[in-house]
Design a protein around this ligand. Sequence first.
Ligand code: ZN
Length: 375
Amino acid sequence: MIIDCHGHYTTAPKGLQVWRDAQIAALKDATGPQGTAGPKGPAGPNGPALQITDEEIRQSLEGAQLKFQRERGTDVTIFSPRASAMAHHVGDATTSLHWSEHCNDLIHRVCTLYPDNFVGVCQLPQSPGVPPDTCIGELERSVNELGMIGCNLNPDPSGGHWTSPPLTDRCWYPLYEKMVELDVPAMVHVSSSCNANFHATGAHYLNADTTAFMQFLTADLFKDFPALRFIIPHGGGAVPYHWGRYRGLAQDMKRPPLADLIRHNVFFDTCVYHLAGIELLLKIVPIDNVLFGSEMVGAVRGIDPETGHYFDDTRRYIDQIAWLTDADRQKLYEDNARRVYPRMNALVGRGRQAGQAGQVGAGQAGRHEAHVRSE
Ligand SMILES: [Zn+2]
């Protein structure tokens, strides 16, 4: 089985953005409480309901994520709301909570419609300057009621201005205690950038990955939380390439060797979009600490003219690496993900689902041209 640990709902039906636009518009309307001026629909505790049908959800996935799963031979995607749309800097903690609830509910609907293809990871209702423990309620709801197996944690809710304390600061500890109690990991994942210096997916994302690693290196967070687990996506940013620098820094700072420091706590994904980069990652980082991921669809959408294949078809690179053993591949494609996201084991059986490939009519696949937003 091939588990892709990194996918976002970049193709969500337009009703999601309609709701969000209305929410943001209402923030500017001082005459009413936020969230109540959205599109028509029954008002719930977090404003009007999303106007999205199951058929729209199916259509949004058939020509995109499901099509790519079939074409590339991957089985299950660990699926979360569109990362760049989390935009924790918009509004306040209530804004963020309502938006997160809707996004997480939508992921739950996807996973309910396609239980063999997707397992959910939630967005947290973070907000700049607000203690992260305000996210505990939505994390609990997502895990206990929606069956989610992890969360995406934004180290910079300000969107590129880095106003929050480091991930090793004690203000994060209540959230970490809940993560350990629920046995769920977090992917360290920033959102859109409101700092013109940092392109979101080309700079802000990779900066954050690199930054988070250095924060982990310099503190005793994992002594305090031996069971806490983070996935640093996008191949770990600049970390594998500069492994010697980090090893040297750790030595100078009297820190443990890197392999010991990350062993049970820090994991990288394979969202690196060329063969040489993936080879470097897998040569440098212990195989037990790497999870297969592609971040399809949307981070980089195009086809590489040098190979004729999609940049984000990361399985293709791994399959070309002759020196990986079968045992390595088993860890990379399945076992590491099950260890880092143990709640997956109750939801996804081992071995390929019988008839899974035929579950979705092949004739449907090409008909729906899903609208892909940037990651
Ligand atoms: Zn991502």
